[in-house]
Design a protein around this ligand. Structure first.
Ligand SMILES: *[C@@H]1O[C@H](CO)[C@@H](O)[C@H](O)[C@H]1NC(C)=O
Ligand SMILES: *[C@@H]1O[C@H](CO)[C@@H](O)[C@H](O)[C@H]1NC(C)=O
Ligand SMILES: *[C@@H]1O[C@H](CO)[C@@H](O)[C@H](O)[C@H]1NC(C)=O
Ligand SMILES: *[C@@H]1O[C@H](CO)[C@@H](O)[C@H](O)[C@H]1NC(C)=O
Ligand SMILES: *[C@@H]1O[C@H](CO)[C@@H](O)[C@H](O)[C@H]1NC(C)=O
Ligand SMILES: [Zn+2]
Length: 485
């Protein structure tokens, strides 16, 4: 518990750093000990075979350390925009032990998101997850559901593949967890893990075992059978202060690499708990007039490469991680699991599926719609809405009518995005291997079939949106400048 002895000076640096991040990453120093004892779970009762798993620092099902894969999860938060997408692709440029590319997860918020890139991220084997519509902490159902609906409608991600959630600012409550369960999500990934509570993912049948300092651990209401928590693992810096998101902001690239490797090695040589790298790609992408973030990005790319060269290290999405958690296999068997394979469709012509089908280095060339509503602009393989999406009406009536020439056909429940031709209205999957049936529970909201939501009153104004955007850019600028000077 070294981090209890944080000096005032360090605390000052800490607060300063937190201000410079767009999310709440500062883990209170007086962390888990007090509340930890209130979590109790009996592995004799809570068994994986029944979909229950207790929080533990040891691998599931008594697997030995040597047989356990070392998972690394790289996650990205907030909007997907062209430059941010490039940053993310550059970071995930590694190969897993089975020869497949490393994968990652993007927690997407809606403003400024280009939905053609949502589709490209998903179709290339990565995970798309929910991060609310307007990027708010302690979100309403509507914030969570409207995000999922847009990811599905404009990004073409099957509802059943949108399984994860991360609260903006990591600001969640037990109510948030209940909402997720009610809305059919598989997991949350908003909780923080330091050293003593660096648990493998676990189900919430016996409640939360992380963030106990908030009092959540003793609470009966945090017991939510079947909902998984994937804790975010902090890295300890050279003052033993836990750094959670955007660790690269807290020090020089070489120091960040040392801190990260130290924490990684504790997991690797200990209980093989997953290790996480949690980034806001905005911090690593150049903006005119701001200091060049390239050294920080290069540092991360180099760290990721180092990790990928170690035996049994796998870069996975959070969904892949949970597929393994539900049915843990030895590291030597992992590469053969269906969920770890990476065959891509071979389709002779370019269709609007988020992939470069005709291998000419361009994805979906000439096939995307461009939807423009003043401050809201995005590309999509699907229909543009006739008005800008809002929190209350995330998927307005389509601009093109069914039956007219420009109409795009939404993905049906029996075809996965990679195989769906939204212009030709055809599923090009012809073998059993690529068959897909979306069994997602329908979202509880009324819709007239054209995507018109008949829900409660209220509007969300574009003017507000613009201000928020400028404000956050301003904060980022000030902070980056402060860090460099
Ligand atoms: C991935 O790495 C290879 C080899 O190190 C390099 O040639 C390529 O440009 C990289 N791709 C991206 C997207 O950074
Ligand atoms: C976090 O949630 C609390 C409780 O709902 C709220 O009071 C606070 O304003 C939220 N903070 C942020 C940054 O969303
Ligand atoms: C810790 O790392 C920071 C940032 O890289 C550096 O400025 C500082 O001198 C280091 N402190 C110690 C005690 O090593
Ligand atoms: C388009 O119209 C046809 C004919 O009325 C109907 O069968 C089909 O379900 C409609 N498709 C969509 C996506 O609205
Ligand atoms: C669906 O939403 C309505 C209105 O908010 C609510 O009354 C109803 O109980 C909900 N149904 C389910 C199954 O959650
Ligand atoms: Zn965020």
């Amino acid at each position: 518990m070294k981090y209890l002895h944080i000096t005032l000076a360090i605390l000052a640096i800490f607060i300063n750093t937190s201000l410079c991040q767009t999310e709440g990453i500062s883990v209170p120093a007086a962390a888990s000990a007090a509340g930890a004892s209130t979590y109790s779970c009996d592995p004799q009762v809570c068994k994986l075979a029944n979909g229950c798993l207790c929080a533990s620092k040891n691998p599931p099902n008594g697997l030995s350390q040597a047989d356990t894969p070392q998972f690394v999860t790289v996650t990205f938060d907030d909007s997907i925009q062209p430059q941010l997408y490039k940053t993310a692709k550059r970071m995930l440029n590694v190969t897993n032990p089975n020869g497949c590319p490393g994968r990652g997860t993007w927690y997407v918020s809606m403003q400024y998101t280009d939905f053609s890139l949502v589709q490209q991220w998903y179709s290339s084997g990565n995970e798309i997850a929910d991060h609310t519509f307007t990027h708010v902490g302690t979100p309403s159902d509507k914030e969570i559901v409207s995000c999922r609906e847009m990811l599905n409608t404009y990004g073409g991600v099957p509802n059943g593949k949108i399984q994860g959630f991360r609260a903006p600012f990591l600001n969640y409550t037990k109510e948030t967890l209940h909402q997720l369960s009610k809305l059919g999500f598989l997991y949350d990934s908003s909780a923080s893990a330091l050293q003593d509570d660096a648990y493998w993912p676990y189900t919430l049948d016996y409640g939360m075992a992380n963030d106990c300092w908030t009092g959540i651990c003793g609470s009966a209401q945090s017991k939510i059978p079947g909902l998984w928590e994937i804790p975010m693992y902090a890295v300890l810096d050279n003052t033993s202060a836990p750094q959670l998101m955007d660790v690269y902001i807290a020090g020089q690239p070489k120091d960040v690499e040392d801190w990260s490797l130290n924490t990684f090695n504790k997991h690797y040589t200990g209980g093989r708990q997953p290790f996480g790298i949690y980034v806001h790609p905005t911090h690593l992408t150049g903006y005119p007039g701001l200091p060049d973030p390239a050294p920080k990005l290069d540092g991360l790319v180099s760290l990721i490469k180092k990790l990928s060269e170690m035996p049994d290290v796998w870069f996975v999405t959070n969904q892949q991680l949970l597929q393994w958690m539900k049915n843990p296999v030895k590291a030597s068997e992992l590469g053969k699991q269906d969920y770890m394979r990476c065959e891509q469709p071979v389709i002779a012509k370019e269709i609007c599926n988020g992939l470069d089908d005709d291998n000419n280095q361009n994805v979906d060339e000439g096939l995307m719609n461009s939807c423009n509503f003043g401050t809201t602009t995005f590309n999509t393989c699907f229909n543009c809405p006739s008005t800008a999406p809002t929190l209350d009406m995330p998927t307005p009536v389509t601009a093109a009518q069914n039956g007219s020439a420009g109409f795009r056909y939404p993905i049906p429940i029996n075809c996965d995005t990679k195989w769906w031709d939204p212009i030709g209205n055809a599923c090009l999957c012809t073998t059993n291997e690529c068959q897909y049936k979306d069994t997602a529970v329908p979202v509880n909201r009324t819709s007239n079939g054209n995507g018109v939501v008949s829900s409660g009153p209220g509007t969300s104004s574009d003017a507000t949106t613009q201000t928020v955007h400028l404000n956050s850019l301003f904060i980022i600028s000030v902070c980056i400048i402060a860090l460099f000077f």
